[in-house]
Design a protein around this ligand. Structure first.
Ligand SMILES: CC(C)(COP(=O)(O)OP(=O)(O)OC[C@H]1O[C@@H](n2cnc3c(N)ncnc32)[C@H](O)[C@@H]1OP(=O)(O)O)[C@@H](O)C(=O)NCCC(=O)NCCS
Length: 188
């Protein structure tokens, strides 16, 4: 797939845009959060170099058409979180991921950001399926998946660790697999 051209992506006070070098400090600060380290695949410990790699990864995947990974910012361009859609070009499906900085949680940032990505996924990108994986113990992520209209497709037993990426001492936990198809998605 050629480079993905992004339309304006704004919902209420939340705007999605690609990260730049200027966002490195804000991304690195947010990713110190224990829940982001526990439930996402961000490196741990998380450094400014990791944030810089993330900025390049976002640019590369957009360029190759293999992903839309964007920051959610407020009306002052402050970083609130990140939402991402990995794209599998072999079967035109996507995988959703997200984190929101602790101070910005429970204000609809993830819901708005994910909806903008789903509209892109099922609209211009014409994907036939979007999935997401969440640790069964991750109440916020499972709650968000349900709120977005995803169906719980099943549970992969002990498929994940419940802890920072690469921590062999972390306990294993079940992974909930959620799925959404274009005809199941109701735009807000
Ligand atoms: C999951 C996460 C991104 C949610 O972000 P958020 O911006 O706070 O979520 P929203 O405010 O958009 O919530 C939308 C809906 O999701 C559900 N939800 C969000 N947080 C929840 C929580 N702590 N418990 C239960 N349901 C929750 C609710 O249904 C909520 O709607 P409501 O507020 O009207 O009840 C955030 O908690 C986070 O960054 N967690 C750590 C990282 C993470 O777990 N990433 C996902 C890995 S799979």
């Amino acid at each position: 797939m050629p480079r993905i051209e992004l339309p304006p992506l704004t919902s209420g006070p939340v705007r999605l845009r690609p990260p730049t070098e200027a966002d490195v400090a804000a991304i690195a600060a947010a990713c110190q959060d224990p829940d982001i380290q526990r439930f996402t695949r961000v490196p741990s410990p998380y450094t400014a170099a990791n944030a810089r790699e993330f900025v390049h990864f976002c640019r590369d995947t957009l360029q190759r058409g293999t992903g839309v990974h964007l920051l959610a910012v407020d009306t002052d361009d402050e970083v609130l979180g990140a939402v991402g859609l990995g794209i599998d070009l072999a079967d035109f499906s996507g995988e959703l991921g997200y984190w929101v900085a602790p101070h910005a949680r429970r204000r609809g940032v993830a819901r708005r950001g994910c909806r903008l990505l789903l509209e892109l996924a099922f609209g211009p990108l014409q994907l036939g399926f979007v999935g997401l994986h969440a640790a069964a113990s991750n109440q916020a992520s499972n709650g968000l998946a349900r709120a977005l209209g995803f169906t719980l497709e099943g549970t992969l037993r002990e498929a994940m660790i419940d802890g920072p990426s690469g921590d062999r001492s972390a306990p294993r936990c079940d992974a909930n697999v959620w799925g959404l198809r274009p005809h199941e998605y109701s735009p807000a």
